[in-house]
Design a protein around this ligand. Structure first.
Ligand code: AP5
Length: 212
């Protein structure tokens, strides 16, 4: 099953992706995580992406499509994949469609997490992430150890500061929200789920909607 996980910054994509992946027994692919790993490794990709990410802007489509082309051809995604935040513009949606089509595959569902901006701002203000595995946390202090026992420390993301959050929300409205309509117009299955509530309740809503 190939699922495009879609939603505003802070909607809970990174929180829900592993739970959905676990339930469906497929891996996740988060372009944000790929880019942050490239930054930490100091690769040309990471250096190119850094400024865009810290300002809260989108990394250019050509860069994202290059990542996805390389990744989606990997055998590890043969059974399916949860694409976490990997499709954020109409050209990206078109590119993914043609890439999958050349592999004889297609998107099975677009899962959109619904949430308002007030809740987003609240979540971003309280978020820390593991510097190693990128697991997001709420209510934890930077410098704490990650619960996954990977030796990683929790850090704040530069793009969670208020100015970058404002930019990310504006970029979402301008460039990313129209992608949902693009999928609808193309006849893809679009599922909208209320992303507010306890994490496990949101997961249960998602799985129920996917299996409906
Ligand atoms: P990325 O890392 O994907 O950032 P994002 O889309 O802005 O999403 P976030 O990771 O901020 O939030 P999330 O929805 O995963 O929420 P989370 O689960 O952490 O991308 C970063 C940057 O990379 C982009 O800005 C861009 O520059 C670039 N990029 C990546 N992909 C790209 C693409 N395709 N095209 C172009 N550029 C791209 O949850 C947030 C917080 O809320 C956490 O603290 C969490 O613990 C908490 N939380 C989660 N669920 C709940 C709940 N139910 N109740 C209460 N709190 C909750």
């Amino acid at each position: 099953m190939i699922i495009v996980l879609f939603g505003k910054p802070g909607a809970g994509k990174g929180t829900q992706a592993p739970a959905i992946a676990n339930a469906l027994q497929v891996p996740t692919l988060a372009t944000g995580d790929v880019l942050r790993a490239a930054r930490r490794a100091g690769t040309p990709l990471g250096k190119e992406a850094q400024g865009f990410m810290d300002r809260g802007e989108l990394v250019p489509d050509s860069v994202i499509l290059g990542i996805l082309k390389e990744e989606l051809a990997q055998p590890s995604y043969a059974k399916g994949v949860i694409l976490d935040g990997a499709v954020r513009t109409v050209p990206q949606a078109e590119g993914v469609k043609s890439m999958l089509s050349s592999l004889g595959r297609k998107v099975d569902a677009v899962l959109a997490l619904d949430i308002d901006n007030e809740e987003i701002v609240r979540r971003m203000a309280g978020r820390t992430v593991c510097e190693k595995c990128q697991t997001p946390y709420t209510g934890r202090t930077p410098g704490d150890a990650c619960d996954k026992n990977d030796g990683g420390k929790l850090v704040r993301r530069a793009d969670d500061e208020p100015e970058a959050v404002r930019t990310r929300l504006a970029v979402y409205d301008r460039d990313t929200a129209p992608v949902l309509q693009w999928y609808r117009t193309n006849g893809d299955r679009v599922i909208q789920v209320n992303a507010v509530g306890a994490v496990d309740d949101v997961t249960a809503r998602i799985l129920k909607a996917l299996h409906a």
